[in-house]
Design a protein around this ligand. Structure first.
Ligand code: FES
Ligand code: FES
Length: 176
């Protein structure tokens, strides 16, 4: 005689839902308190909650540099950082670098040298270039090219981007 065991259905998995928590971000000189899930990236916090859409989402995996912003003067990929990790830091996005009436020297140089086509990578390129300037370690064309290599440009505007960044670095260093 055979015995049959009937397995009781497994209880449905309980989704782990963490409550939104308050996070205060200091962006472009202003404090903003957001109520967000703890896994919200800095990129999503900027774009989806603060409407700062100048910072672009390209790959969302740390591979293209489109989402580059400055945190305490250092360039980071905002898609790889959680917003909660940046509480208490100075966050600067492309919107905080210059104004329409008073462009940042890098913004002016990008215009002067036609250093973009579609413009999607441009905010990340400019923030990254400012981070590079802050690092103070790029002196030659080859070094600038290498240290900007984390910022991809699908339009292939690399030579003009390089010229623009080089011009600003040399102007600030008084080397040209
Ligand atoms: S969107 Fe962050 S590196 Fe591509
Ligand atoms: S200007 Fe189009 S991706 Fe760089």
């Amino acid at each position: 005689m055979s015995t049959h065991y009937i397995q009781k259905p497994l209880s449905p998995p309980v989704a782990a839902v963490a409550p939104a928590q308050p996070v205060t971000l200091h962006v472009n000189g202003q404090d903003h308190t957001l109520h967000i899930a703890p896994w919200t990236t800095l990129l999503d916090a900027l774009r989806e909650y603060l409407d700062l859409t100048g910072t672009k989402k390209g790959c969302d995996h740390g591979q293209c540099g489109a989402c580059t912003v400055l945190v305490d003067g250092k360039r980071i990929n905002s898609c790889l950082s959680l917003a909660v990790m940046q509480e208490g830091c100075e966050i600067q996005t492309i919107e905080g670098l210059g104004t329409e009436e008073n462009l940042h020297p890098l913004q002016q140089a990008f215009i002067d040298h036609d250093a973009f086509q579609c413009g999607y990578c441009t905010p990340g390129q400019i923030c990254s270039a400012q981070g590079l300037i802050n690092e103070g370690r790029a002196k030659t064309t080859a070094e600038i090219r290498e240290l900007m290599s984390g910022n991809l440009c699908r339009c292939g505007a690399y030579s003009n981007i390089l010229t623009a960044v080089e011009e600003v670095i040399h102007a600030q260093n008084g080397t040209r």
